[in-house]
Design a protein around this ligand. Structure first.
Ligand SMILES: NC(=O)c1ccc[n+]([C@@H]2O[C@H](COP(=O)([O-])OP(=O)(O)OC[C@H]3O[C@@H](n4cnc5c(N)ncnc54)[C@H](OP(=O)(O)O)[C@@H]3O)[C@@H](O)[C@H]2O)c1
Length: 292
């Protein structure tokens, strides 16, 4: 089996490659058919996914895991065209490669495709209505993939953190260590997701033939303030985490108020082994200093 990982130097791509190398993740063994897989790792230096000709000539694969993206949500507001090239056109190029070579495409999308006005959790069938440039470019990527190929898994995730690269958990750990108190937004709700759990399920989906749209996030819903409070707790930091509102902490990009996702499709296709967000965070805290 030949496997391609794009964006292989990013937070998710690095973890996915590590799991393939170890043949297991923190939540268990991965399917045995990956044992002898030839895994091709590339980031923008080796394969710029926005270059259609290069992508279409890149070779034959059985599964393409697209971990490449433009992920700076605030910067997308002023660089939407550039973000669109990566998040929409780049995704389409990989879908065209998948179509041309018969490969499956496992593509990562986001909870930010939703507007956040729903009071309940979002299902895979709910209408998309992004409220940020990042969300618009990611939704455009989903639409382009759906039009360009059949063997796709669009996997929406949220509030990602992992051992490699920067993320909210590492940032809160740092600023909480340096300050007696911090303020964190308490009126936006979602699902913190450990990148190991997401990568594990991407590998399960990759060997199935149940194509479609999936939600894959940590189990349980919380606010950014709840998330930060738990981070301070698991790292045993003496810092007062105070609540603030979105209005008190304005950012260039608008975020959905509620972007918690339900996992109906994941559960019925390959099983839902995502950990509870607090359990996965505790495991991260125990291992982060030896893994990263
Ligand atoms: N992080 C989150 O909280 C979050 C939440 C929901 C969904 N997601 C989605 O999850 C996926 C993985 O996110 P992540 O946190 O792992 O992102 P990341 O750490 O920013 O990794 C993305 C990787 O893609 C590379 N890349 C950028 N442009 C490229 C191009 N034209 N061709 C090839 N590679 C390119 C980046 O390289 P450079 O660093 O050199 O640009 C980087 O190595 C993305 O699809 C993202 O939209 C993330």
């Amino acid at each position: 089996m030949r496997v391609l990982i794009t964006g292989a130097k990013g937070q998710l791509g690095t973890q996915l490659a590590r799991i393939l190398q170890n043949k297991e993740s923190e939540i268990g063994h991965i399917p045995a058919c990956y044992n002898n897989a030839e895994v091709v790792l590339c980031d923008v230096q080796e394969l710029d996914i926005t270059n259609k000709d290069e992508v279409l000539a890149f070779g034959e694969f059985d599964i393409i895991f697209n971990c490449a993206a433009y992920t700076n949500v605030n910067k997308c507001e002023t660089e939407e065209d550039f973000a669109y090239k990566i998040n929409a056109v780049g995704a389409e190029n990989l879908a065209l490669l998948a179509k041309k070579t018969g490969a499956k495409l496992v593509h990562i999308s986001t909870d930010y495709v939703f507007d956040g006005e729903k009071t309940d959790i979002y299902s895979e069938d709910d209408e998309c209505c992004p409220v940020s440039a990042y969300g618009r470019t990611k939704r455009a990527g989903e639409e382009k993939i759906i039009s360009a190929c059949d063997k796709y898994f669009i996997v929406r995730t949220a509030w990602l953190y992992g051992y490699y690269g920067n993320n909210f958990v590492k940032t809160i750990r740092k600023i909480a260590t340096e300050n007696d108190s911090i303020k964190v937004v308490a009126d936006q709700f979602g699902n913190p997701t450990n990148v190991c759990d997401l990568a594990h399920h991407m590998l399960l989906l990759g060997v199935s033939d149940k194509y479609g749209i999936y939600h894959c996030t940590g189990k349980g819903v919380c606010s950014w303030h709840d998330f930060a409070t738990e981070i301070v707790k698991v790292f045993e930091i003496d810092c007062d985490v105070k609540k603030c509102t979105t209005e008190e902490y304005p950012t260039p990009a608008k975020r959905p108020k509620n972007s918690a996702l339900s996992h109906k499709n994941l559960e019925s296709a390959v099983g839902d082994y995502m950990r509870d967000w607090k359990e996965a965070l505790l495991c991260f805290a125990k291992n982060v200093d030896k893994e990263s």
